[in-house]
Ligand binder design. Structure first.
Ligand code: SF4
Length: 382
C-alpha cells in the first residue's frame, strides 16, 4: 500500500497540505482535526519527513494550498517554515498560486503581513457568515465583526487575491439575512467567493440535533431558491459563477488549485486525511495524527488506502466534474482524453437534458444552465 507510482504526465501539479488543528470544533463539521495545538511542532516535523517520499512526484508544481482544519492555528513563523520546507523539497514554479486558509479571530494585519513575507499570494478567509446569530448556531468561535476585520486585515497587508467562504441554508437563515451577508462580503470586493450550502454529515452534533427534530434543513426547492438567488445576485454584481459553489470576479481569479481537481491534473496531498491523485491512481492518508505520525516515524508514507481508476471510472469522474463547471464539457477534448464521443453516444440523453433546460449544447460544448449547475451531480448520470 505504501509503494506509490509517480505520475505519468508532466502538467504542473498541485500541492495540498492539510493542517489538522482547530481551536474548537464547529457543530456541523466532520473534517478530521484536533484541538491540541501543542502537537503542531511535531506535526511539522512529520510533514517534512512525508515530503521525502514524494520528491519525484512531479517535475513542477504551480499551486500550493494550505488548508484544514485551521492553518491559522499555526503562527506565521511556523507557516513560513512550512513553505520553506515545501520549496526545498519540491520544484515550485515562480508564478505559483500559493493559498492559505485563515479563520477570523486568529488573524490581524501583522499575521497577514507575515503570510505575505512567507510568499503567500492568496488567502481564503473562512467567514461563513457576518451574522452573529448564524455564526453562533453553527458553533463558530468568531463573530461578524471579526469576520470583517479579517478581510480588512488581508487588504491592509496588501493581498490582491482574497477569497471569502460563506454558508447558506442554515436553520433560521432567511433569504434577507443571507442577502445581507453577501452584501457585506461585497463591500470588500473579494476576488473570489465560495458559497456552500450547509450539508450535515452523520455523527456531527448538528446532525444529531436534526435527527432529534430540533430543526430541519431547507428542502430541495428551498435549497434551489437559495442557490439561484446567490447565483443571480453575484452574477449581477459582476462575478462569474464558474463552479457549483464558486464565484470569481474575473476568469484569471478562478482558483487554479481547485481547477486541478476538476481537470484530473495530478495533485499531491500531505498531512492526515489528505488525498492524492497521479493521473490514474488515488490514495489517501490516515485520518488521525496518531496513525499518520506512526507511519511517518517508521519511514513509511502514511497511506491508509488507494485505488486505481479504470478508464470508465475516469470518464465518469470527468463527466461529474465537467458538469459542475460553467464551462461544461468540451466534446472534442473529452473524446481525445477519455475515448468517447459524447455527442454521438449520448446524443438523445443530452438533447433531453437540453429540452428540460438543464444544459446548453453547441457544436463543441455541453454546459450546464443555472438550474443544471444546481443538479450537477445528477447530470453526470446521463
Ligand atoms: S469548520 Fe473549519 S474551523 Fe470548524 S471544526 Fe471544521 S475545519 Fe475546524
Amino acid at each position: 500500500m505504501n509503494s506509490i507510482k509517480t505520475m505519468e504526465n508532466s502538467a504542473p501539479a498541485g500541492l495540498y497540505i492539510y493542517v489538522p488543528f482547530c481551536r474548537s470544533k464547529c457543530a456541523y463539521c466532520d473534517f478530521y482535526s484536533i484541538t491540541d495545538g501543542s502537537q503542531a511542532a511535531g506535526y511539522l516535523h512529520a510533514l517534512s519527513r512525508e515530503m521525502e517520499h514524494y520528491r519525484e512526484f512531479a517535475p513542477l508544481f504551480d499551486t500550493v494550498y494550505v488548508g484544514g482544519g485551521t492553518p491559522s492555528c499555526l503562527d506565521t513563523g511556523q507557516l513560513e517554515e512550512l513553505l520553506h520546507r515545501v520549496r526545498e523539497a519540491f520544484p515550485i514554479a515562480p508564478n505559483s498560486e500559493i493559498t492559505v486558509e485563515v479563520n477570523p479571530g486568529d488573524v490581524d494585519t501583522v499575521f497577514m503581513r507575515g503570510l505575505r513575507d512567507a510568499g503567500v499570494n492568496r488567502v481564503s478567509v473562512g467567514v461563513q457568515s457576518f451574522d452573529d446569530s448564524i455564526l453562533k448556531s453553527l458553533g463558530r468561535r468568531h463573530n461578524g465583526r471579526e469576520g470583517r476585520e479579517a478581510v480588512e486585515a488581508a487588504r491592509a497587508a496588501g493581498f490582491a487575491n482574497v477569497g471569502v467562504d460563506l454558508i447558506y441554508g442554515v436553520p433560521g437563515q432567511s433569504h434577507d439575512l443571507w442577502q445581507e451577508t453577501m452584501e457585506t462580503a461585497l463591500v470588500f470586493n473579494p476576488e473570489h467567493l465560495s458559497c456552500y450550502e450547509l450539508t450535515l454529515e452523520e455523527g456531527t452534533p448538528f446532525h444529531r440535533r436534526m435527527e432529534r427534530g430540533e430543526f430541519s434543513l431547507p428542502g430541495e426547492e428551498e435549497a434551489y431558491r437559495f442557490f439561484s438567488m446567490t447565483s443571480a445576485f453575484l452574477e449581477q454584481r459582476g462575478y462569474t459563477h464558474y463552479e457549483v459553489s464558486n464565484f470569481a470576479r474575473e476568469r484569471a481569479l478562478i482558483s487554479r488549485h481547485n481547477h486541478k481537481y476538476w481537470d484530473h491534473t495530478p495533485c499531491l496531498g500531505l498531512g492526515p486525511a489528505a488525498h492524492s491523485f497521479n493521473g490514474t491512481r488515488r490514495w489517501w492518508n490516515h485520518r488521525s495524527l496518531e496513525g499518520y505520525g506512526r507511519d511517518v516515524a517508521s519511514g513509511l508514507a502514511p497511506v491508509a488506502g488507494a485505488e486505481d481508476l479504470t478508464p470508465e471510472e475516469l470518464r465518469l469522474e470527468a463527466l461529474y466534474f465537467g458538469f459542475r463547471t460553467k464551462r461544461g464539457i468540451h466534446g472534442p477534448e473529452f473524446r481525445e482524453r477519455y475515448g468517447i464521443d459524447l455527442f454521438r453516444e449520448k446524443g438523445p440523453a443530452l438533447r433531453c437534458l437540453r429540452d428540460e433546460g438543464l444544459v446548453t449544447l453547441d457544436d463543441e460544448f455541453m454546459a450546464p444552465t443555472r438550474r443544471g449547475l444546481a443538479l450537477a451531480d445528477r447530470l453526470c448520470l446521463l
